[in-house]
Design a protein around this ligand. Structure first.
Ligand SMILES: C[S@@+](CC[C@H](N)C(=O)[O-])C[C@H]1O[C@@H](n2cnc3c(N)ncnc32)[C@H](O)[C@@H]1O
Length: 500
């Protein structure tokens, strides 16, 4: 259908559209053609409508515009998509409704089976766009427990309304500075939600100010809860600025250490079990490197988590406050089992595994029973320390870890001499995917098998095109695994074999 417009779409104007698909970041996408002014040729516009689902007919109001890409919010749902369900959390919904608009799980109103289907389609679109066969993409492996699955949640301090009381919660989707206070959250655990309510009450009792980045003023930044889903342990972290003086909203000045002591007292008084308490000061000053200054206030120094992995392995990991750990422990076990299967290690004899972007070493350690030697490479030096300690803790002597950039370490003669040629290369890069130098090194190594674990299907597709093109690899399968139900994120495991 072509509509007639007196002028190009303007901010604040509304359009009636039907949502065709979900785009990146789980946003509903609709298109329309318009004859603008006296023009004879219609122009095609694409609308990105937050919180709209495929099959919805909505009135979408234009919030911003970049060429013919229009970002909109839903003003009214005229006809609901048949895939819509009643959301479970009371904070789900549109930001203009009181107490709603949480940006934590934007797909919650989409039935879980359909979430998996739209994620599969999204991966296929990226694969096709990169010139590869979308038939390589298998149906998504869903989560058996799609609620309360996260082992880490970071909640922000802020004000729901300007100069209103301090709140603890999440940023509404698309709003970096606003904070929606939460009375419940279905992502981590009821214990975690209870702590959020208690810490909000504490911050109000103490009349503390949230850190306001735009004004460059305030004290409390975030409240983080980390949980061992297999161990039942719980770590809480209060992050503040590194200001030498904290201030109450009344203007009264406080010693930051007294605020931390009062925080600890409130956690100790809580009925929720906590095993470790930290206060972290975020030190960011112009001209100085940004630092996180950790103060261990009480309890265990690290959070312990266990993973149940193939071969009846029970691996125990210690996680320090800032260390990366897969946020969904139970589904990470599924992901790692899939990655292990993709290597073929359990059936084909192989002697050496290279675990690139290894973090705290979890993937390489999980594979160690089937390899004579494992080497992990990781940029973050403290994660490398954790990886070494994790190997020792679990009695694994065949794994070595190297600190540094993947491309650089792979090119260093010391590494090549120490490790030799790998039979299997596993990569698990950050969202940006493989750097050009890492890609070149991996292609030059030419291991018989490469397994690519990815949290971003767009960069995965780009890198697969390179590896299967000039790299001489054949992609056998791309297996999506849903690590984050109710969000648009999707993890993938791609299996590559060197062409004979
Ligand atoms: C998605 S995480 C994967 C961690 C680990 N494989 C796991 O499952 O827990 C990506 C890791 O890559 C690391 N990293 C980022 N850039 C890197 C680089 N250029 N060289 C080496 N490691 C890098 C990050 O510090 C992070 O630990």
């Amino acid at each position: 259908m072509t509509i007639e417009l007196p002028h190009g779409p303007k901010k604040g104007e509304s359009f009636e559209v039907e949502i065709e698909r979900l785009g990146t970041k789980g946003v509903g996408v609709a298109t329309f053609e318009a004859l603008v002014g006296p023009q004879k040729e219609p122009k095609r516009y694409t609308l990105h409508v937050r919180k709209a689902l495929p099959g919805d007919r909505v009135i979408a109001t234009l919030e911003s515009k970049h060429r013919r890409q229009l970002t909109c919010r839903v003003s009214e749902i005229l006809e609901q998509s048949p895939m819509r369900i009643e959301p479970r959390c009371s904070h789900f919904g549109f930001k203009h409704e009181p107490g709603k608009g949480c940006g934590g799980c934007v797909l919650q109103s989409l039935d879980y089976r359909h979430q998996l289907l739209v994620k599969e389609q999204a991966v296929k679109r990226y694969v096709l766009a990169a010139g590869l066969d979308p038939g390589l993409v298998w149906p998504v492996i869903g989560c058996d427990a799609p609620w309360f699955y996260r082992n880490k949640m970071e909640f922000s301090f802020g004000n729901e309304v300007k100069d209103g009381p301090i709140t603890v919660g999440m940023h509404p989707s698309g709003y970096r500075y606003d904070v929606l206070g939460l009375s419940e959250c279905m992502l981590e655990s009821e214990g975690s939600a209870q702590l959020v309510r208690e810490i909000q009450a504490w911050a109000r009792d103490e009349q503390l100010r949230p850190w306001a980045p735009r004004e460059g003023f305030g004290f409390l930044s975030t409240f983080t809860v980390r949980e061992g889903k297999r161990t039942g342990e719980r770590m809480v972290i209060l992050t503040t600025t590194s200001a030498e003086i904290a201030q109450r909203s009344t203007g009264e000045e406080l010693d930051p250490a007294d605020v931390a002591a009062s925080f600890l007292a409130r956690i100790e008084a809580s009925a929720v079990d906590v095993t470790s308490v930290y206060w972290v000061q975020h030190h960011a000053r112009r001209g100085e490197p940004t630092r996180m200054i950790e103060h261990h206030l009480w309890g265990e120094a690290a959070l312990r988590e266990e993973m149940h992995l193939p071969g009846d392995q029970r691996l125990l990991f210690e996680i320090s406050p800032s260390a990366f750990f897969q946020p969904n422990t139970l589904q990470a076990e599924v992901l790692y089992a899939e990655a292990l299967d993709a290597t073929g290690l359990q059936t084909d004899a192989a002697s050496s595994v290279l675990d690139l972007y290894c973090g705290t070493g979890t993937i390489g350690l999980c594979m160690s029973p089937w390899a004579e030697r494992v080497a992990g490479i990781e940029l973050n030096a403290s994660a490398v320390e954790d990886a070494r300690a994790n190997a020792t803790r679990n009695g694994i002597t065949s794994a070595r870890f190297w600190a540094g950039d993947v491309g650089e370490v792979l090119g260093s003669p010391e590494f090549v001499e120490a490790f030799g040629e790998p039979d299997v290369v596993v990569v698990d890069p950050p969202r940006a995917g493989l750097s050009a130098s890492a890609r070149e090194r991996i292609i030059a190594i030419g291991a018989p098998r490469v397994v690519y674990v990815s949290c971003n299907p767009e960069t995965l597709a780009r890198d697969l095109a390179e590896l299967t093109g000039e790299g001489g690899y054949v992609c056998e399968r791309i297996q999506p695994v849903d690590m984050f139900p109710h969000t648009y994120h999707i993890e993938n495991v791609a299996r590559l074999r060197k062409e004979a």
